[in-house]
Design a binder for this molecule. Structure first.
Ligand code: TSX
Ligand code: MN
Length: 615
């Protein structure tokens, strides 16, 4: 059966040529149309005309609510189904030939079983609906690091979000040409019943099938599904890295630019860090955003690790975002933004917990119900409410964000939210030690809904929910990358969230003051500042961190940067169990790193090393 047997609507720009010239693409679209049986197929070209037409249709159908166009030009509100507000890890599957290939940290389904099970759900799922074919490119157009995907979806919301998050439409199709090398993504919203919700990845087929959800992380297939899960698998087979990292350029007052990539688990303020404005003391220093969530990194001709941001927009958490925490994000989302599950004010403005100013007396909450400051106990915005905004709105977007060669990475940072143990900043001794830092990454839970608050969850490289193959093999891939890199980035661990043991308060002011830490990192990466060797890595000496003008007690900074033998011993012992999960797949080098750490601690405990180094 061919696409001709279905009524086809094409948008204007595509009408000069046949809708799809690529034979592999037209064959696949025909097969998927055969399966889903839509009333109509629309090939998206990414044009302004198409955006307007789909936006109008979404408004008419109630999928989008126009916001106050004076205050928020080009902005709309979307309310999701209340049972469909976040990624669902228990319904996310890696469908490799064997369970072992998916590894102990992923849900696994055999590919044939998954195709059969989801095939039944997709069968006729688009009857009476329109099937949109959305070609897109992850990464700068025509960059050797970029990848093309095509998402088939029945959701206008998905099309309009994909348009912001990726280079979408005709340009991506032109880049693909007649190649068969594209990711095949199929999505159908169904009725958002969690019993019929599955997000299945077929790394060996470069295919994603997502059904039963309308929530971003599950349905904007270019992002977590392609750029991380499938991407990490492609990275392993093709010799590059797909990472859950922000990318930033750090510019000195002299105009020297240093690029840093950083992985943080959720609720650590990754987007805030990616758009950080240094405090007054660091006037002349500037942070430029290349990306806020995902980095694709490959060794360049020059032997350095080069990174691109595969995305074209920000899909960020709204609650907590304010002019105080992130002024650049507030400017980014002031126009052409789709808001999902935020609260609505009487005059068509948006609101969420943690926004600047007074809490409004009355709102419409994220479910569309009347909400009052005095009478309501529930939150007005969903805690996972989102904004989808184009990166070109970001006032500090790096002018190299579209560089097809990628930016050269000098430092890699792993960060977590930890009340104890992990110092403000520590540098690994070498690449292998740095990979050990990443593999040991952990963060404390903040949302009460996900279980106990303050429990350390292991989240290696912040990739636990996003690694598309066996994570033990992923660690091995990281270690092997060293062979290709002649000029390896220096690796660091940071913790903005250490608390004072006596009063429980955060010891480090964070936010713009993180520039002080970043400067040390840049200077270390450029081999021009001192440090103190500890059994765990390099930490700044008292005078190495520039603390001038900082309104906190120097004892507190000492405490924030201190390392404690007993705390680390407990940390390393708790890591043993986690590493053991990977069995034979855990690289020997990582387990040896852990054991060497422990042996050093035992040696030093006999000599009371800690007495000189913490207070
Ligand atoms: O984003 C954060 N960053 C990185 C910013 C560049 N947050 C918010 C995390 C929630 C997503 C932080 N919170 C940071 C931080 O560096 N640090 C903290 C902890 C903290 C919170 C409040 C204060 C200080 C530290 N308030 C006062 O000191 C007044
Ligand atoms: Mn993320």
């Amino acid at each position: 059966m061919s696409t001709q047997s279905h009524p086809i609507a094409v948008s204007s720009a595509a009408q000069e040529k046949p809708a799809i010239q690529n034979p592999h693409l037209s064959k696949w679209v025909a097969e998927m149309a055969d399966l889903c049986k839509p009333d109509k197929i629309v090939f998206c070209d990414g044009s302004e005309e198409e955006k307007k037409r789909l936006t109008d249709e979404a408004v008419e159908k109630g999928v989008l609510i126009p916001l106050n166009q004076q205050k928020l030009p080009g902005c709309y509100l979307h309310r999701s189904n209340p049972n469909d507000v976040a990624r669902v890890e228990q319904l996310t599957f890696i469908c490799t030939q064997t369970k072992e290939q998916a590894g102990p940290t992923n849900n696994w389904m055999a590919p044939n079983e998954a195709y059969a099970k989801l095939g039944k759900l997709f069968d006729g799922s688009m009857k009476g609906r329109t099937m949109y074919v959305v070609p897109y490119c992850m990464g700068p157009l025509n960059s050797p690091l970029s990848k093309v995907g095509v998402e088939i979806t029945d959701s206008i919301y998905v099309v309009l979000n994909m348009r912001i998050m990726a280079r979408m439409g005709r340009a991506a199709l032109d880049m693909l040409g007649n190649s068969n090398d594209f990711n095949r993504g199929l999505h159908c919203t169904l009725d958002c019943n969690p019993d019929r919700r599955f997000i299945c990845h077929f790394p060996q087929d470069n295919t994603i099938w997502s059904i039963g959800s309308g929530y971003g992380g599950n349905v904007l297939l270019g992002k977590k599904c392609l750029a991380l899960r499938i991407g990490s698998y492609l990275g392993k087979t093709e010799g590059w890295l797909a990472e859950h990292m922000l990318i930033m350029g750090v510019e000195s007052p002299e105009g020297e630019m240093t690029y840093v990539a950083a992985a943080f688990p959720s609720a650590c303020g990754k987007t805030n860090f990616a758009m950080m404005i240094p405090t007054e003391r660091f006037r002349g220093w500037k942070i430029w955003t290349v990306g806020d969530d995902i980095a694709w990194m490959r060794v360049g001709e020059d032997g350095r690790l080069r990174a691109i941001n595969p995305e074209f927009g920000y899909f960020g958490v709204a609650p907590g975002t304010s002019f105080k925490s992130n002024p650049n994000a507030m400017k980014t989302i002031a126009k052409d933004t789709i808001y999902t599950n935020v609260a609505l004010t009487k005059d068509g403005d948006v609101w969420w917990e943690g926004k600047d100013g007074e809490i409004p007396e009355e709102l419409t909450d994220w479910k569309g119900n009347h909400w009052t400051k005095k009478g309501s106990t529930e939150k007005a915005a969903h805690p996972n409410a989102r904004f989808t905004a184009p990166s070109k709105n970001n006032p500090v977007l790096s002018r190299f964000s579209e560089d097809p060669e990628g930016v050269p990475i000098s430092a890699i940072i792993f960060g977590g939210r930890r009340a104890t143990t992990i110092p403000l900043v520590i540098q690994a001794f070498n690449w292998t030690h740095g990979v050990f830092f990443g593999a040991s990454l952990g963060s404390e839970t903040t949302a009460a809904a996900t279980g106990q608050v303050g429990i350390v969850r292991r989240d290696p490289m912040a990739m636990l929910p996003f690694c598309g193959y066996n994570m033990g093999d992923y660690f091995a891939h990281w270690l092997e990358m060293q062979a290709e890199i002649t000029n390896a980035p220096k690796v660091f661990m940071v913790n903005w969230f250490r608390r004072n043991k006596e009063n429980g308060k955060f010891m480090w002011p964070g936010f713009g003051e993180n520039m002080r830490v970043l400067k040390w990192i840049v200077d270390r990466a450029r081999l021009r500042v001192g440090g103190q060797e500890t059994p765990f890595g390099w930490v700044p000496k008292a005078d190495d961190l520039d603390l001038s003008g900082l309104d906190i007690d120097s004892d507190l900074v000492d405490e924030a940067t201190a390392v404690d033998l007993d705390e680390w011993k407990a940390e390393l012992e708790s890591g043993k169990e986690f590493f053991a999960k990977f069995g034979e797949h855990l690289p020997e080098a990582l387990d040896l790193q852990r054991k060497m750490f422990l042996a050093r601690i035992d040696t030093l405990k006999k000599r009371k090393w800690g007495a000189h180094h913490h207070h």
